[in-house]
Ligand binder design. Sequence first.
Ligand SMILES: Nc1ncnc2c1ncn2[C@@H]1O[C@H](COP(=O)(O)OP(=O)(O)O)[C@@H](O)[C@H]1O
Ligand SMILES: [Mg+2]
Length: 238
Amino acid sequence: MSAPLLQVSDLKVHYGHIEAVKGINFELREGQITTLVGANGAGKSTTLLALSGLVKKAAGRVVLDGQDLTKMSPHKIVSSGMVQVAEGRATLTTLTVQENLELGAYSRRDKGNRAADLDYVYGLFPVLKDRAGGLAGNLSGGEQQMLAIGRALMAKPRVLLLDEPSMGLAPIIVQDIFRTLRDINQAGLTIFLVEQNVRQALKISDRAYVLETGSIILEGTGRELLVNPRVQDAYLGS
Ligand SMILES: Nc1ncnc2c1ncn2[C@@H]1O[C@H](COP(=O)(O)OP(=O)(O)O)[C@@H](O)[C@H]1O
Ligand SMILES: [Mg+2]
């Protein structure tokens, strides 16, 4: 059994009078894919924003491998190794694909072997290599999602956070993206995925938590939750 890499305790986030996240506890184990699933408005994005330091926490603690990130600024959180894939696959459309990837490495203290990292990303997403010199704005939605993931990988994260990478993509592209997440994970990266696409997400998850109106109501392995009657009724249409 792998040790917890990230521990989140009693996390609360409020927007004015709205309690979007109501004191949740979860952990990410090293080398695993952990998923937070839930309906629209459940508080999934808010949870990720709180981890990344982009919304204020009303309470709680976030500890990455013994280091307390709770009060850190967003850029320090990134350089501590927790990197969120840009939302809405917000790539910089007027830069080339390769320039976008190179920007991903910008936050790294250790610049490492950038050429090898580029090769790794191009190996995962050969289509990006084919289009390396083209403008990111000319990529399809699926390719832009790949670029956003590739750019986050260039920061050499210890934990990769993704907010609904499947949103708005055709089913065949979604499968591609999820398969690639599995590959990245099998290469050793710890992943925290937030998804409304419950079936596909649970299929690739080692562990998962179900979030309903700001509270975690169930947890288990991906397989356990896929066959859980409550999950099936509420999220799997069966
Ligand atoms: N910036 C905001 N200001 C006020 N309320 C917000 C804001 N962002 C989200 N909310 C509310 O917080 C709750 C959780 O939203 P969100 O985290 O976006 O859920 P999810 O990502 O699961 O769809 C919802 O009720 C939403 O309307
Ligand atoms: Mg959301």
